[in-house]
Design a protein around this ligand. Structure first.
Ligand code: NAI
Length: 331
């Protein structure tokens, strides 16, 4: 039996994790979940929000499924999510964005992939309080990290029959840092003559995405733009409740939804488990469990196509009712 690390998270994390674990079990696939806790509650007992045991578990199992973990805003401890990605060198954040059956949105035929650099940029956490009225954040861009994320985006395009990779920067203003990312992209692109390339500034990209997202295929972006743009693209296909993601490194991979811990609906049995379930389906494909991945995906798509929806998609089903429908559709 395969052992996989499971981080239940907080906020809506435990509710959606329970749903996904139940669906996978009902599909007939036995997984030995190595459950690891992280975040604020853990500080009280272990002193830190991301204890080494969590990292050790992922390093040992190589694969993790992770529900969201709350980060205090404007103060408090450093993001567990950012630290995890950095400590495990999960350099590629892959966020595919595709219309789902039964989820009506402004655009049909959205099918694009956000490839976000995951280890540096303004997320490096290098901040300094200069005085009471001034703070500095340092944006770090290196050729090494830019090169491997651009290479990842092109390799992904080749493997997945994609035709174009578009690099997204603000290199007109940040001529050195984003300029380096752009320059590296151009160099990497030379090794992939079969893939078309495009260059766009992030503000123009946002405007074009809301006008017509079908103009885009694979997008590769530095960390901060990738974070923001992938919430925008989530909105194109029905919102955060359906937006999946994965953090991939050379040694390990952590599959997690785009969304956060949604404290506004915590404990109300309202959360949509679809984003975590889609992330889990990708995880199963990643470890070669394609039969179960396809079976669960089919059941999810049928459930949605039949009009079953949680509140975020305009429906009235609770998390547990929606989960039960998917399980019933597993056949
Ligand atoms: P959020 O993504 O948690 O919520 C934004 C809005 O989307 C809320 O109205 C929420 O109810 C809704 N939403 C999100 N996921 C949903 C789902 N599965 N079903 C139904 N509705 C859903 O973003 P917010 O409020 O900015 O962040 C809350 C916390 O989550 C913060 O502490 C943030 O740092 C953390 N966070 C954690 C992430 C992670 O663990 N990877 C990623 C993003 C944020």
């Amino acid at each position: 039996m395969r052992t996989i690390t499971l981080i239940n998270g907080d906020g809506i994390g435990p509710e959606i994790s329970k749903s996904v674990v139940e669906i996978i079990k009902a599909s007939g696939l036995d997984i030995d979940w190595d459950i690891q806790t992280a975040g604020e509650d853990v500080i009280e007992t272990e002193g830190v929000p991301l204890p080494n045991r969590v990292l050790d578990s992922i390093k040992k199992n190589k694969i993790a499924l992770k529900a969201p973990v709350t980060t205090p805003i404007g103060k408090g401890f450093r993001s567990v999510n950012v630290q995890l990605r950095k400590d495990l060198d999960l350099y590629a954040n892959l966020r595919p964005c595709k219309n789902l059956p039964g989820v009506a949105t402004r655009f049909d035929n959205v099918d694009l992939v956000v490839v976000r650099e995951n280890t540096e940029d303004l997320y490096a956490g290098v901040e300094e309080q200069i005085d009471e009225n001034t703070a500095h954040s340092i944006k770090i861009i290196t050729r090494k990290a830019s090169e491997r994320i651009c290479k990842f985006a092109f390799d992904y395009a080749v493997k997945n029959d994609r035709h174009e990779v578009c690099v997204v920067t603000k290199a007109n203003i940040m001529k050195l840092s984003d300029g380096l990312f752009l320059d590296t992209f151009r160099q990497v692109a030379q090794n992939y003559p079969q893939i078309k390339t495009r260059e766009i500034l992030v503000d123009n990209l946002c405007m074009q995405l809301v006008q017509d997202p079908t103009r885009f295929d694979v997008l590769v972006l530095p960390n901060l733009y990738g974070d923001i743009v992938s919430d925008l693209t989530a909105g194109l296909i029905g919102g955060l409740g359906v937006a999946q993601g994965a953090n991939i490194g050379l040694e390990c991979a952590v599959f997690e939804p785009v969304h956060g811990s949604a404290p506004d609906i915590k404990g109300q049995n309202k959360a949509n488990p679809t984003a975590l379930l889609l992330s889990a389906i990708e995880m199963l494909k990643y470890i070669g469990e394609n039969v179960y991945a396809d079976k669960i995906e089919k059941a999810l798509f049928k459930t949605l196509a039949d009009g079953n929806k949680t509140a975020d998609l305009g429906g009235s089903l609770s998390t547990t009712e929606f989960t039960a429908k998917i399980i019933a559709n597993l056949g």
